[in-house]
Write a protein that binds this ligand. Structure first.
Ligand SMILES: Nc1ncnc2c1ncn2[C@@H]1O[C@H](COP(=O)(O)OP(=O)(O)OP(=O)(O)O)[C@@H](O)[C@H]1O
Length: 324
C-alpha cells in the first residue's frame, strides 16, 4: 500500500542573533524507510521532536522531502504531492482552518472539498455526526467547543468523503473515554468494511498497544525499531515486572524481603522489580506466603508493556533492532 525509502528532510540552520548562537540545522527525518500494508493500523511512536510530524507532513504532500521516495497506492507522492488529497485524510494537531465553522458545516464542507455532491455531503455529515455522538453539538462553532469535543469534530470531518488512508496525528489527545472509544470504533468499522489503512502518530503507549498492528519507533529522525507491539515487547525479553507496595516500612528483617531488596527500584512504599518469570513466581510466593505478607499493602505482576519497550529503546541504545 505505502512505501517510504530514504526519506530525508532537514530544517535549515537558524541565523545567529545578538547574544544567541545560531541554531544548527536539524535532520528531522533521516533516511526513513517504511512499508505500510493495506488495512493495517500502523503507528509512529517517539519522543517529542523525534520527527513524527515532519514525516507525516511529507506523507501528506504538505512538505517536500529533500531526498527519498514516497509511494502510496502506486502513486509517486514526491513527484505528485497534489494526489495526496484524493488518497488520504489527514487529521493534524491543529484545527485552525475549521475553527470558525459549526461542527455540521465543518463536516459538510470537508465532504464538498473532497468532491461529494451536496446531497451526499449532507448525508455523510449526518451519518458521521451520529456515529460519533456529535449530533447534539452540530450547530456549535468549533471554537466554542472544549478541546476534546473540537478534536472529535475534526476527526468527524476527516471521515467524510471516505479516503482509503487515514493519517491521524494524536487523534485522541484531550478526549474523554467515551470519545476515545467512539474514535477507535469508527476506525475499526472502516477497516472492517472498506479495508481502510490507518497511520497513527501517538505518544500514548497504552492506547498504541491496544490499537496498533505494527509500530515504528522514531528517534532523532530515524526508525530505531519496527515490529508488532508483541514483537517489540519480546525485545525487552520475557521479564516480568513485580510491584510490591508496603503498608509502611518494608519488613527487612524477613529474609525473603531482604533478598529482594538489591533487585528493587524503590519509590516511596513501592518496590519495582524486573525478574525472570520463575524468579517472579518465587518472589511473589515467598512474600505472600511468609510473615512479610502482613506488611504488604498490594502487589502486581505484569508482563512488559509497550511503555517498558519505549523506555528501554530510549537513548539510542537500540540501533540495529529494526525488524521487518
Ligand atoms: N519549522 C521548523 N524549523 C526548524 N526546526 C524544526 C521545525 N519544525 C520542527 N523542527 C525540528 O525538527 C525536529 C522534528 O520535529 P517534529 O515536529 O517532526 O517532531 P515530532 O516527533 O512530531 O514531535 P512532537 O511529539 O513534539 O509533536 C525537532 O528537532 C524540531 O525541533
Amino acid at each position: 500500500m505505502g512505501t517510504v525509502r530514504g526519506l530525508v528532510k532537514s530544517y535549515p540552520a537558524g541565523r545567529a542573533r545578538r547574544g544567541a548562537p545560531a541554531a544548527p540545522a536539524v535532520r528531522a527525518t533521516d533516511e526513513v524507510d517504511l512499508d505500510i500494508r493495506r488495512g493495517e493500523i500502523f503507528g509512529l511512536l517517539g519522543p517529542n521532536g523525534a520527527g513524527k510530524t515532519t514525516l507525516v507532513r511529507q506523507l501528506t504532500g504538505l512538505m517536500r522531502p529533500d531526498a527519498g521516495r514516497i509511494e502510496l497506492f502506486g502513486h509517486d507522492l514526491v513527484r505528485h504531492p497534489e494526489r495526496a488529497a484524493r488518497l488520504l485524510a489527514y487529521l493534524g494537531q491543529e484545527s485552525t482552518a475549521l475553527d470558525e465553522l459549526t461542527v455540521a458545516l465543518a463536516a459538510e464542507t470537508t465532504g464538498r472539498l473532497r468532491g461529494l455532491d451536496p446531497r451526499t455531503a449532507r448525508a455523510e455529515r449526518d451519518a458521521v455526526l451520529e456515529e460519533l455522538g456529535l449530533t447534539a453539538l452540530a450547530a456549535r462553532p468549533l471554537k466554542k467547543l472544549s478541546g476534546g469535543q473540537r478534536r472529535l469534530a475534526c476527526f468527524a470531518a476527516a471521515l467524510v468523503g471516505d479516503r482509503p488512508l487515514l493519517i491521524l496525528d494524536e487523534p485522541t489527545t484531550g478526549m474523554d473515554p467515551v470519545a476515545r472509544r467512539a474514535v477507535w470504533a469508527a476506525v475499526d468499522r472502516r477497516r472492517a468494511e472498506r479495508g481502510t489503512t490507518v497511520l497513527l502518530v501517538t505518544h500514548n503507549v497504552i492506547e498504541a498497544e491496544t490499537v496498533l498492528d505494527r509500530v515504528a519507533v522514531l528517534e532523532a529522525g530515524r526508525v530505531i525499531a519496527c515490529d508488532t507491539p508483541a514483537g517489540l515487547k519480546s525485545l525487552v525479553g520475557d521479564e516480568v515486572r513485580v510491584d510490591l507496595v508496603w503498608r509502611d516500612q518494608p519488613p527487612l528483617d524477613a529474609p525473603e524481603v531482604a533478598a529482594l531488596r538489591p533487585r528493587a527500584q524503590e519509590a516511596g512504599r513501592r518496590w519495582s522489580l524486573r525478574l525472570a518469570p520463575a524468579e517472579a513466581r518465587a518472589a511473589v510466593a515467598a512474600v505472600t506466603g511468609g510473615p512479610a505478607f502482613a506488611a504488604l499493602d498490594d502487589f502486581t505482576l505484569a508482563t512488559p508493556s509497550l511503555e517498558d519497550v519505549y523506555l528501554a529503546l530510549g537513548g539510542g541504545q537500540a540501533k540495529g533492532l529494526v525488524k521487518g
